[in-house]
Design a protein around this ligand. Structure first.
Ligand SMILES: NC(=O)c1ccc[n+]([C@@H]2O[C@H](COP(=O)([O-])OP(=O)(O)OC[C@H]3O[C@@H](n4cnc5c(N)ncnc54)[C@H](O)[C@@H]3O)[C@@H](O)[C@H]2O)c1
Length: 355
């Protein structure tokens, strides 16, 4: 049995709480939020002690795992403060907004012997797992083109519900918040990115960062990639998809949360291909069903001692691409990875007018 405490009792905490409840060998022991009303509500409902300070909670309840579900900009600070006092830190995506702070979090965890896991639950979607298996087995041959499309609807009320949303300092725009899952999948399936060119725009939402962005990517393999992302789809969510095209296969996983095989064409088919539609999942919201297999994987890594596919350095990869996308949008240049961001306001005090 492992024990777990949560820092942050906002929107995504409900998903974590419901998933933790389903896992017999994981026990919620405490919750924390700087907003007293929020933490008291969750504490009453889930019958665990409430704290308004994360370090106090960890010292008092000594959980095996702490999950950090605070606004994106604060993830590294909270993680760095807690890492010396807890064996396992789980951090919601994105792990950080700046690469410097991501590195500080990774280094602190390494120094303290604390295991760090980043929530990228879409990697566990059954059709995505099948796609990854096909890629790793070489069933695509030479890679040609990888495309992700995020056409979601986030109305002004979504951004207005909390002051951190849509700000450079604490959130970023559609690339960082919503598309970070899909950008992670793209690099996971297509391999390392060599360079990016991108444009961003703020079309419908009154926010600092972008609600719409497009980008082209060059992979080290020579294959190309496209990112098309917007939260300005109206009137409702349309699509969250990934397409992988190779010399010997074309696969599209669509739905609104990369959850439905739309195209599954292989030059050399295998018996399991006939069963692909059995992997369709239709989650009630864009969070999907992936948080449960994510936590099961964390527990299995702890039990078996195997390395996680979602350790800190893995979470850093999509963050580096996202920073490169902004660097390109802000400078108008092709940006090569690895580089040190010069013009990216993400995670910093923002002094320019909105885009
Ligand atoms: N994996 C996913 O699909 C997914 C989905 C939604 C949100 N998220 C991520 O989860 C994070 C939280 O999102 P949300 O929508 O729940 O935000 P939210 O604003 O609803 O909740 C965040 C909570 O953290 C609290 N908080 C902030 N700093 C704190 C601190 N130092 N100590 C204790 N509490 C603190 C706030 O008071 C707030 O209640 C974001 O980083 C977001 O990107 C991930």
């Amino acid at each position: 049995m492992k024990t777990i405490a949560l820092v942050g009792c906002g929107r995504i905490s409900e998903r974590h709480l419901k998933v933790i409840e389903q896992i017999p060998n994981l026990k919620l022991v405490a919750v924390c939020d700087v907003q007293v009303d929020r933490v008291n509500k969750v504490s009453t409902e889930w019958k665990v002690p409430a704290f308004t300070d994360a370090l106090t909670m960890v010292k008092a309840t000594k959980p095996d795992i702490v999950s950090i579900l605070t606004d994106s900009g604060s993830h590294p600070e909270v993680g760095i403060e807690l890492a010396p006092h807890v064996p396992v830190v789980v951090v919601e995506k994105p792990m950080s907004l700046t690469l410097e702070k991501a590195d500080q979090l990774i280094e602190t965890c390494e120094r303290c012997g604390t295991k760090l896991f980043v929530v990228k639950q879409n990697r566990f979607n059954p059709p995505i797992q099948a796609l990854k298996k096909a890629v790793d087995a070489g069933r695509f041959g030479k890679m040609v083109l990888g495309t992700v499309r995020i056409r979601w609807a986030r109305h002004q009320a979504y951004y207005d519900q909390d002051p951190w949303r849509g700000t450079w300092k604490s959130d970023g725009g559609v690339f960082t918040n919503q598309a970070s899952h899909h950008i992670d999948l793209l690099q996971w399936l297509m391999g390392p990115v060599e360079s990016v060119k991108s444009y961003v725009a703020t079309r419908l939402a009154a926010i600092e960062a972008e609600d719409t962005g497009v980008a082209v990517l060059k992979f080290h393999s020579g294959a190309l990639g496209v990112v098309e992302a917007t939260t300005a789809t109206r009137p409702k969510d349309l699509e969250g998809s990934i397409s992988i095209l190779g010399e010997k296969a074309s696969v599209v996983i669509g739905g609104f949360s990369v959850n439905r095989p739309v195209t599954w064409n292989f030059q050399e088919s295998e018996p399991a291909d006939e069963e692909i539609n059995k992997l369709i999942t239709d989650p009630p919201n864009v969070y999907g069903f992936g948080h449960l297999p994510f936590y099961l994987d964390v527990l299995d890594c702890l039990e078996s001692g195997r390395n996680s596919m979602l350790a800190g350095l893995e979470g850093r990869k999509s963050l580096e691409i996202i920073n490169a996308l902004y660097e390109s949008a802000f400078t108008g240049r092709e940006v090569f990875l690895h580089y040190v961001p010069q013009s990216v306001p993400l995670g910093r005090d923002f002094e320019r007018k909105s885009l």
